[in-house]
Design a protein around this ligand. Structure first.
Ligand code: ATP
Length: 512
């Protein structure tokens, strides 16, 4: 399957098995908004729990909060979002489709890179063991031609980005004949800035109404509560505040399923530190967050850092943790050293002093901040896209399995009476009643046992427990493991411990 096909299969699978539905589907959907179904919500909650416990339980100096989506409108002026949370927008006059000008150029650059990589792969095949990639790239005329084109466009793009030169964005698109994928034409409008914040009004009458925004990030709720938490929690620097919550962005182009949504969820942690120590903490949090990801067991090779060359005005270091999604390595999490920019701005805009008195220094200062920010939905997509597999079985059949890391799986065990009679459902129900306090379990008695196994494989259930006639006598059941499909007889009394060993989230947390 190509990556594209795999992605289509994934979207269909998510819908068919109750993970993710398009929002408002019976009204033909709402672009870039998705609902989580009965399986999706369990997976999402497990991911959130893994993150929350890793932050707030494993670190004595990190506490959590839950701030509101609505905040005072001045907050978004202070944070810079009213003035500068923009994307460059361009329309194709023939198809009437809207694009991000920067994304059109970046996609164009990615295509050139792809061409060069294909040439390199051809060379590798041709020369075998004697292949020297560096030399090939430095001498092959096709690669050199593409590289020159890449450098030229890349340089122009970076200059335009630095100067915020929207006319130059358009000129790059025209000069390189970058066409609309729908109309195939280069008939573009001018590039305009488009603010990504959703606004609404608060107040009972139109005249008295105030424009307020749906928060585009959860971070500001943490900054404006810094003093509250520091004082009431008697927190000493360094300390962190963690939060999980919804964020909203009116994304211009919302493609790629739950990768880019207009309503999504973030898990953010702001770590408050002494000025001058930020690069040390930035390094620590980079390591710590990568460890959190790799610990899940989806292969270290599927993650990489992408350090930012161009830093936002408030940052003095920034990196992304990228994951190998079906459409390539893309940002999953951002780690930023934000200096004292946010607290400083809130101090300025609110007129309140936002400082920390450092007893060791005997002086007060505005703390610096290192933040880690990850999208819950992107994490769900990472887990699902990595886990979905179609396997060829020895008997010639195929099975679709979601090999979700067991501690994150929505359902941990399925309890299945072999037949719907002879007292087996009753015993199976007893097993269910025993396990349901510790694990999310499913009871299923409909269809053949093979079909039930397949259904559980498709939602990623690590264990299937089959109750058969023999069970009535020996109080043992057959436990089938999802990935190996191996089966073993286990006394009912030992089930809890056996399942717990594989699925308990604490086992993941202990390795951090
Ligand atoms: P991108 O460059 O992909 O738009 P970003 O750099 O704007 O992302 P941040 O503002 O750093 O993203 O947000 C932190 C995290 O929130 C991202 O790493 C991502 O996981 C998540 N996120 C941001 N925008 C969206 C979105 N529209 N839909 C889903 N998740 C998102």
């Amino acid at each position: 399957m190509t990556q594209d096909e795999l992605f289509k299969v994934l979207v269909a699978h998510c819908k068919e098995y109750g993970f993710i539905f398009p929002s408002s589907e019976i009204y033909d959907g709402l672009a870039a908004v998705y609902d989580y179904g009965q399986m999706g919500v369990e997976l999402k909650n497990n991911i959130k729990q893994y993150w929350w416990n890793a932050m707030t339980r494993l670190n004595e100096n990190i506490v959590g909060i839950d701030s509101c989506i609505f905040m005072h409108p001045r907050i978004w002026e202070a944070s810079g979002h009213v003035g500068a949370f923009n994307d460059p927008l361009i329309d194709n006059k023939d198809s009437k489709k809207r694009y991000r000008a920067d994304v059109l150029i970046e996609d164009f650059l990615a295509k050139i890179e792809e061409k060069m990589n294909k040439e390199v792969e051809k060379g590798r095949k041709r020369f075998g063991d004697a292949f020297d990639e560096a030399q090939f790239r430095a001498t092959n005329p096709n690669v050199l031609r593409e590289q020159a084109k890449y450098d030229e466009v890349h340089n122009r793009y970076k200059k335009a980005e630095d100067a915020n030169d929207l006319a130059e964005y358009r000129q790059i698109i025209i000069d390189n004949n970058i066409v609309c994928p729908i109309s195939g034409t280069c008939n573009w409008t001018d590039v305009r800035q488009f603010n990504l914040m959703f606004s609404t009004s608060m107040g009972s009458t139109a005249e008295g109404a105030n424009t307020i925004y749906l928060r585009p990030e959860t971070a500001q709720g943490i900054f404006v509560n810094y003093l509250n938490v520091q004082k009431t929690g008697r927190m000493k620097i360094p300390f962190g505040i963690a939060q999980i919550g919804k964020a909203f962005r009116n994304e211009i182009v919302a493609r790629q399923f739950i990768f880019r949504m207009r309503e999504f969820e973030q898990m953010e942690m702001q770590f408050f530190i002494k000025p001058g120590t930020e690069l040390e903490w930035f390094k620590k949090w980079k390591e710590q967050r990568m460890k959190w990801h790799v610990n899940i067991g989806m292969g270290a090779e599927n993650y990489r850092f992408h350090d930012h060359e161009k830093l936002a005005h408030y940052a003095n270091a920034a990196t992304d943790i990228e994951f190998n999604f079906p459409f390539g390595f893309k940002e999953l999490e951002g780690i930023h050293s934000r200096t004292n920019w946010d607290l400083g701005r809130h101090q300025q805009y609110s007129g309140r002093k936002i400082e920390y008195f450092d007893p060791e220094e005997g002086a007060a200062y505005t703390p610096y901040v290192v933040e880690t920010s990850i999208g819950v939905d992107r994490m769900v997509l990472a887990v699902l896209s990595h886990s979905l597999k179609e396997e060829q079985l020895e008997n010639g059949e195929t099975r679709v399995v979601l090999s979700i890391p067991a501690p994150l799986a929505p359902v941990k065990a399925a309890v299945l009476p072999l037949v719907k009679k002879d007292g087996l459902p009753e015993l199976a129900q007893e097993v269910m009643d025993e396990l349901k306090f510790d694990f999310n379990c499913q009871y299923e008695e409909k269809d053949s046992i093979g079909k039930r196994y397949r259904r559980q494989d498709a939602i990623g259930t690590p264990f299937c427990i089959t109750v058969d006639h023999q069970s009535l006598e020996d109080h043992c059941v057959t436990v089938r493991e999802r990935d190996t499909m191996s089966q073993e007889r286990v006394p009912i009394a030992e089930l809890r411990a056996l399942i717990d060993k594989r699925v308990n989230l604490n086992n993941l947390l202990r390795n951090l």
